[in-house]
Design a protein around this ligand. Structure first.
Ligand code: CP
Length: 308
């Protein structure tokens, strides 16, 4: 296995090869051990400066990146658009170039526009990590999701995964489809037809309209949030009807009478895609996903920094 990534930015899962993914997971194993020690810090990125540029809201990803950077001893600067000069008319490339002139080595960016990270990578000469770009990709989320599943299942090869809900607006869905397929899983999507991209089969997945059939088929149910903030029209009659048909609760789990792994990237719309009894039951791996996010992000930044 090569000990170097084939990429100098992390723009999306579609740019990673099998060696990259294995290397990130193997490196995350080492960092996972570090962050469970009493002293959770290593000097690996001591001379590296990282700017976290968040042009869209975040709780988990922002905190997870910042913790990962601090655990690696990097210097960190945080920026969010509501307090920035973007609101005064400055372009994205100008804003970022001004920040880079202060000698920043790595940019972590979340942006509401699909393709914003790719655009930036063509306009600036610095390592960029995509922390979510609109409804395009969220590569570190997919990496931490698969890492968590591999911890539970040993491998994703031959495993059956259904992604349920708002596939149309979800960057998590697209990154996960790419990664699950690269790791050899069989993938179905399930949800209201209005929230399924028209040509989803071209991604190598199949559509299942019945949640019950999907649950009977799968080893893993990856539940997604309804992304109300990206909808400018109604995609289903009411939230109650969505939840009845595509929300997961204990009654539906009991019906299938088998053990499955339940994931959710967060934030959860409690009572919509997952019922409170499931969230609070300890039967999901949601908090493991969040915990693993720090080790995965440490691994990604460490490996990219070694290419600088
Ligand atoms: N999963 C995820 O990206 O959550 P945040 O929007 O809180 O970062």
């Amino acid at each position: 296995m090569s000990k170097k990534l084939s990429v100098s930015n992390l723009l999306g899962i579609k740019y990673l090869n099998e060696n990259d993914i294995n290397l990130i997971f193997e490196t995350a194993n080492n960092f996972s051990e570090v962050i469970n020690r009493k002293i959770k810090k290593v000097p690996s990125l001591r001379d590296i400066t990282i700017a976290n540029l968040f042009f869209e809201n975040s709780t988990r990803t922002k905190i997870s990146f910042e913790l990962a950077q601090k655990r690696l001893s990097a210097d960190v600067v945080n920026f969010s658009s509501s307090f920035s000069s973007i609101s005064k008319g400055e372009t994205l490339a100008d804003t970022v170039n001004n920040i880079l002139s202060m000698k920043v080595d790595i940019v972590v960016m979340r942006h509401p526009s699909p393709g914003a990270s790719v655009f930036l990578s063509k306009n600036i000469d610095t390592c960029i990590i995509n922390a979510g770009d609109g409804c395009h990709e969220h590569p570190t989320q997919a990496l931490l999701d698969s890492y968590t599943l591999v911890q539970n299942l040993g491998t994703l090869s031959g495993k059956k995964i259904v992604i349920v809900g708002d596939i149309l607006h979800s960057r998590v869905a697209l990154s996960n489809i790419f990664l699950f397929k690269k790791l050899g899983a069989e993938v179905k999507v399930c949800g209201p037809k209005s929230l399924i991209p028209k040509y989803v089969e071209k991604l190598g997945v199949t559509y299942e309209s019945s949640l019950e059939s999907a649950l009977r088929w799968c080893d893993v149910a990856s539940m997604l949030r309804i992304q109300n903030e990206r909808m400018n029209q109604s995609f289903f009659p009411t939230t109650r009807e969505y939840s009845r048909d595509f929300g997961l609760d204990s009654r539906k789990l009991k019906q299938i009478d088998k053990e499955i792994i339940i994931t959710h990237p967060g934030p959860i719309n409690r009572g919509v895609e997952l019922s409170s009894d499931i969230i609070d039951s300890g039967k999901t791996v949601i908090l493991d996903q969040v915990e693993n996010g720090v080790a995965i992000r440490m691994a990604v930044m460490y490996l990219l920094a070694s290419r600088l």
